[in-house]
Design a protein around this ligand. Structure first.
Ligand code: C5P
Length: 282
């Protein structure tokens, strides 16, 4: 069975505080786009194996897709007898787009279907929580508010369909390092999450796009920040309704009401040599 694993965007990301378990309480509005990995799962074979088209990715339990299959086997179907997982990656790795978490979620959905286990989406999402903080959201997808570690999910009125241009700067950031740096910093700006939620409720794409903000933009080094700003400026100059960084970055995205404008922004950013994608919300 082949499942699409959609990339995740943070329309907003706020850090509310540090928790005793070392994680952080977050408040994030999430959205899936149709930039996707293809995840093929075949149950059986005696062990859980993973192969991908990117040779540098781990194929053992460090790969969240393998971790998800092992977790499913342990908790739901001890008789599973392994699974062969094959992943064709299109979502950039370590990019703030939850690619690994989305692959894990696709494995859970596929195994749930293939084994006839019949777990509800909510139970499947709860199972994903032990694999990674973004996995529960990736099981459900769409437009949602994620709170707590990221596992407390409230489905929202979907963002009105729009084109999205994504651009990933050439450098990568470490999620735990960025969280640690955020701890030592007074955040200067916070997202207007309430305003964003109201705009979504009203079906107001422009209002939602204008309220997008991610506190991790404040945690970047000046050099990283200027790279992010340069992409944002290009997106806005081409008519993006709003632009923001996703997750702990470094991917920056813009929302467009016009396909022609999105295409022009995509063309210009692609010429800079950075990984650039044109997608639609799903
Ligand atoms: O849950 P996951 O393994 O995806 O998290 C990766 C890292 O991100 C954690 O080890 C932690 O440093 C950080 N994190 C956090 N608070 C969250 C989610 C992730 O501090 N809510």
């Amino acid at each position: 069975m082949t499942e699409l694993a959609y990339a995740k965007l943070n329309l907003s990301l706020d850090i509310l505080g540090r928790r005793p378990d070392g994680y952080h309480d977050l408040r994030m509005v999430m959205q899936t786009v149709d930039l996707a990995d293809e995840v093929t799962v075949e149950p059986g074979g005696g062990q859980v194996t993973v192969q991908t088209n990117l040779s540098f990715l781990p194929c053992d339990r460090r790969n969240l897709a393998a971790a998800a299959a092992l977790r499913f086997q342990e908790a739901v179907r001890p008789d599973l007898d392994g699974a062969a997982i094959s992943i064709c990656k299109h979502i950039p790795v370590c990019a703030g787009l939850a690619g690994g978490s989305s692959d894990a979620a696709a494995v859970l959905r596929a195994l749930n279907e293939l084994t006839g286990a019949g777990l509800t989406p909510d139970r499947l999402a709860a199972l994903g929580e032990t694999v990674g903080s973004d996995v529960p959201y990736c099981v459900l997808g769409g437009t949602a508010l994620a709170e707590g570690r990221g596992e407390r999910l409230t489905p929202l009125t979907p963002l009105p369909p729009c084109d999205v241009v994504l651009c990933k700067p050439g450098w990568s950031v470490s999620t735990p390092v960025l969280f640690a740096q955020a701890d030592g910093k007074k955040l200067r700006r916070r997202p207007d999450t309430a305003g964003l939620l109201a705009a979504l409720e009203a079906g107001d794409l422009t209002g939602a796009a204008r309220r997008m903000y991610n506190v991790f933009e404040d945690v970047l080094t000046p050099r990283e920040w200027s790279g992010v700003q340069a992409i944002k400026n290009t997106l806005i100059q081409h008519g993006a309704l709003g632009a923001s960084m996703s997750g702990t970055g470094p991917t920056v995205f813009g929302l467009f009401a016009s396909r022609a404008a999105a295409w022009a922004a995509y063309e210009e950013l692609k010429q800079t040599g950075q990984e650039t994608f044109l997608a639609r919300t799903v």
